[in-house]
Design a protein around this ligand. Structure first.
Ligand code: LMR
Length: 333
């Protein structure tokens, strides 16, 4: 007969072994989303929206950690970090995929290739966009979406009215050969530099000027160190939201479905606010009064176009004739 003491010990042991066999509550899957711009930009707001929706649609199975302002990595490092799995999600500018070996994305940098957001969306939200994203797979990257920023303005400490005004100016660019060709066509000296270093480089005169959509210029306070800007809208800057392919493919199917829904909705949100965010930023810089903004006449614009459109042919081999043709066919519709 079991004594009360032995019985007590047995009950305790059973309870203990039961407790040990019940799995601990699952830790959320962490998605580190690193980017280089301020939270208060189209991309920054899109990332925050994705964080909110991803956690909601996966019932907390996923924890998205957004790191803005190059807090974790600068431009080049963040792509390496994604491939190594140190971060899971990024939204680099389309001008930064060349060093990864996907030069087709530089098609977005061609001067005047998109008349407006509507023309751009025919590419980013259509078949040509899907074709472009699929080119990332071979690099171990899955492309999830295109997010808008906007059309670029040129800035410097001297007026930039005619192409001749660029002669000899040191202009900061992103790491795109098309942007290098663009600045060369203007007679400027292009200098590739990480986004996080631009403000200081402008302030200290390491470079004379730059190009960026108003939202980036304003949120980095570049207007405080640039006396002149021309609202040229000569080219586009936007993003591809990308994930480490191995990480993405390894997610439980229901989690991935929740994340896809969150991505679709945050893409609509980001692309819905981009134009207005840029208009507001431009107005805020005009109000700040530290930069003189020049609106172009039709003649001035024609002179810029004449100098800059030859870049399309010059860069055709690099980008790939097929990609250029797909983009031009989509925008011609
Ligand atoms: C830049 O480097 O100028 C931009 O790509 C920054 C960004 O991510 O918008």
């Amino acid at each position: 007969m079991l004594t009360r003491r032995i019985l007590g010990a047995l009950v305790g042991a059973t309870a203990l072994s039961l407790a040990l066999s019940v799995p601990a509550l699952a830790e959320p899957i962490v998605i580190k989303f690193s980017h280089v711009v301020a939270p208060d930009t189209p991309k920054g707001k899109g990332a925050a929206k994705f964080e909110e929706l991803a956690e909601k649609y996966t019932n907390g199975a996923v924890d998205v950690e957004v790191y803005p302002n190059s807090q974790l990595y600068k431009d080049k490092e963040e792509l390496e970090a994604l491939q190594l799995g140190a971060v899971q999600m990024l939204a680099p500018s389309l001008a930064k995929f060349g060093p990864l070996g996907v030069q087709d994305f530089e098609v977005f940098d061609l001067p005047y290739i998109f008349k407006d957001y509507e023309a751009l969306h025919k590419v980013t939200q259509g078949e040509a966009g899907k074709m472009l994203l699929s080119k990332l797979e071979a690099k171990g990257i899955t492309g999830l979406a295109f997010w808008d920023n906007g059309f670029k303005i040129m800035s410097a400490n001297s007026p930039l009215t005619t192409p001749d005004d660029f002669l000899g100016l040191k202009m900061r660019i992103q790491s795109s050969k098309v942007l290098e060709a663009e600045m060369n066509a203007l007679g400027a000296v292009p200098q590739v530099m990480a986004f996080s270093e631009v403000y200081q480089a402008l302030q200290t005169g390491v470079v004379d000027g730059t190009e960026n959509p108003p939202s980036n210029m304003f949120t980095q306070k570049m207007n405080e160190v640039q006396k002149h800007a021309t609202v040229s809208n000569h080219g586009y800057l936007g993003y591809a939201v990308i994930v480490n392919k191995q990480f993405w493919d390894g997610l439980p199917a229901d989690v991935r479905t929740g994340l896809e829904k969150a991505m679709a909705e945050s893409t609509d949100y980001a692309n819905g606010i981009a134009k207005e965010e840029n208009e507001k930023a431009l107005q805020a810089m005009k109000d700040a009064g530290t930069t003189e903004f020049h609106e172009m006449t039709a003649e001035e614009r024609a002179a810029w176009e004449e100098v800059l459109t030859p870049v399309h042919d010059e860069m055709a081999d690099r980008i790939g004739a097929e990609t250029i043709a797909a983009v031009k066919a989509a925008t011609a519709e």
